[in-house]
Write a new protein. Structure first.
Length: 77
C-alpha cells in the first residue's frame, strides 16, 4: 500500500482475516478542524404529545459521516 494509492482512493479498507477484522484508512485534511460550533436557532413554542419537545442536532462531515446529539427535551410553559 502506498501513499499515492490512498490519495487516489481517498479511502481504503484492508481485510485482516478473522471475524470481520479490517483496517480502514481514510485521507483527511491537514487543516485544523473546528472543535466548537455556535449559533442561534428558534424552536416553535409547542410541546409534543408527552408535554415536551425533543430536539436533536446533527453534525455532518465532508465524507457524510454524521454525529447526533442526545435529545434535548424542551418544555414550554
Amino acid at each position: 500500500m502506498s501513499g499515492a494509492q490512498l490519495i487516489a482512493a481517498k479511502r481504503l479498507t484492508l481485510p485482516l482475516g478473522g471475524a470481520d477484522l479490517a483496517l480502514d484508512l481514510e485521507l483527511i485534511s491537514d487543516s485544523t478542524m473546528p472543535r466548537d460550533v455556535s449559533g442561534r436557532i428558534e424552536v416553535e413554542p409547542q410541546n409534543g404529545a408527552h408535554g415536551f419537545r425533543p430536539v436533536y442536532f446533527l453534525g455532518r462531515q465532508i465524507d457524510d459521516s454524521k454525529a447526533y446529539t442526545s435529545p434535548l427535551f424542551i418544555t414550554f410553559i
